[in-house]
Ligand binder design. Structure first.
Ligand code: S5P
Length: 480
């Protein structure tokens, strides 16, 4: 043990010497400025340090865990995993990071079989999100992941978050231990220890990957009333929606996933008093006629309900323009709102926008999905949000699952995957409670399909969801 501690201390001093650890006032991507900064990527220029880290990680932890594979999180931990793998003859796996450009290639490289056990190796854990994402993909390929071995635990909640994801973390040293070693060796002032302690206190992560301090301070959208937001919206349908939501005191959207026109009309009549949006998948209707859609649009007008066609357009602008205006459904003629995937790029929005023909129409861009294993990454989300903000007159809102993606109060967040009595549907759909989607996930409007439409009394059920969702919204804006 004495030797081990000495080895760790020597390693920390070497890391300090090569400036893999620096002190100052560093601006972080999220959260408060940090008094300490790590850039362990530089270790690739110091083979003896790489070797030391690899030996220590193996001796202190990996040798005691039964495993079939090692998987290093790119990039810094990748060479470390390679050295441990080669020195100890433990086969390695590589999880690709850039899935974007490698759509058709394998996500996990290497040979393995279902049930094999894999240890994840990482250089630093902060919120634990990169280890979790790696584990998710390995698990999705049938591998068993229960342990992560890391060089440095920044003590910002990652260990707890990973343990909730059934991953035990073993770290060579923590941030506190690292600081103590450097203070003891006279490399840094003892006052830094206090600063780091304060920084750690204010920079703890919640399991949603958001800083706890940020969770406590809601963004502007989340605390502004729909009444005020109607004046902030640039899209006319969004403006109108905010207004009618206040008038009817509802932020419920019903997903009318039914295949017969009479059933859809029947459902509409029952739920209309309790909803702001009636959402259709028109291509599942088996007996579609113009008469049916005329009836639905006139009922919607009467009952002050906005119609959304959940077409999730996802092609080049020209094709989407045709799909929007032509064919059997002529969606542009009757749907106030349509859903659109961001994946084709801005042309998909232009294809719709150019065919709105002076009618009051709007788009909801799909930024995140509720389904298990979907491929909409945080990078995708950021690029898609840029498309939203560039076209805020056309884009009325986003379809999204998390609360801090959108802060503009003039744009609406629609969140599907809501049910009172289920958490999954057996086909990958994930459900949350009405209170959670509004408060924890930041939904302005929640979409409920089967929670209402398969019930014996859809009107009664719609009223229950309406009341719960509205209550959660009022609680949210009062910031309690
Ligand atoms: O991510 C999404 C996006 C949408 S629009 N997840 C979803 O479930 N939806 C839609 O919401 C889906 O197409 C369906 O119409 C509705 C959810 O229905 P439920 O029966 O699962 O509540």
């Amino acid at each position: 043990m004495a030797n081990f501690n000495e080895d760790v201390s020597n390693l920390v001093l070497r890391l300090y010497e090569i400036e893999a650890v620096k002190f100052g006032n560093f601006k972080m991507k999220i959260g408060a400025n940090s008094p300490v900064y790590f850039d362990l990527r530089v270790i690739v220029s110091h083979p003896s340090i790489m070797k030391k880290i690899s030996d220590l990680l193996y001796d202190f932890s990996i040798r005691n865990i039964k495993c079939d594979h090692l998987c290093g999180v790119p990039y810094t931990a990748l060479p470390i995993a390679s050295i441990i793998s080669a020195n100890n003859e433990i086969p390695m796996l590589i999880r690709r990071k850039e899935t974007k450009d490698y759509g058709t290639k394998k996500l996990i490289e290497g040979q393995f079989k279902e049930g094999d056990k894999c240890i994840i190796i990482e250089d630093v854990i902060t919120s634990g999100s990169s280890v979790l994402e790696t584990a998710k993909d390995l698990r999705a390929h049938g591998l068993e992941v229960t342990d992560a071995v890391v060089l440095l635990n920044r003590q910002q909640g990652g260990e707890q978050i990973l343990s909730e994801g059934n991953i035990k973390v073993k770290s060579l040293f923590t941030m506190t231990e690292l600081i103590r070693i450097l203070v003891k060796a006279g490399k840094i002032e003892p006052t830094i220890e206090k600063m780091v302690e304060e920084y750690l206190k204010s920079s703890q992560f919640h399991s949603s990957g958001i800083l706890i301090s940020d969770l406590k301070k809601p963004n502007e959208r989340l605390i502004t009333s729909f009444e005020s937001r109607q004046h902030m919206a640039s899209n006319p349908v969004a403006k109108n929606l905010f207004k009618l939501m206040c008038e009817k005191r509802t932020n419920l959207c019903v997903a009318a996933d039914l295949t017969s026109s009479s059933k859809i009309l029947d459902l509409f009549v029952k739920v209309a008093p309790y909803i702001c949006i009636f959402k259709t998948h028109i291509d599942i209707v088996e007996d579609y006629t113009d008469e049916f859609i005329n009836k639905l649009t006139s009922l919607a007008k009467e009952q002050n309900v906005v119609l959304m066609e959940d077409r999730k357009f996802g092609d080049i602008g020209n094709t989407v323009a045709l799909q929007y205006t032509s064919g059997i459904y002529k969606i542009a003629n009757w749907a106030d709102l349509v859903t659109v995937h961001a994946s084709p790029g801005p042309g998909v929005i232009k294809g719709i926008k150019n065919n709105m023909a002076n009618r009051e129409r709007g788009i909801f861009l799909v930024i995140e999905m509720s389904s298990e294993g979907n491929l909409l990454t945080s990078q995708y989300r950021e690029a898609a949000m840029k498309m939203v903000l560039d076209e805020s007159e056309t884009v009325a809102g986003i379809v999204c699952q998390s609360r801090d993606v959108l802060s503009s109060p003039g744009i609406i967040q629609l969140t599907p995957g809501v049910q009172l009595n289920a958490s999954k549907d057996g086909l990958g759909q994930n459900y949350n409670s009405p209170e959670d989607v509004v408060i924890k996930r930041g939904a302005d409007i929640a979409v409920v399909g089967r929670g209402i439409i398969v019930s014996e009394d859809p009107a009664k059920e719609a009223k229950i969801y309406r009341d719960k969702l509205w209550e959660a919204y009022e609680k949210r804006i009062s910031n309690k």
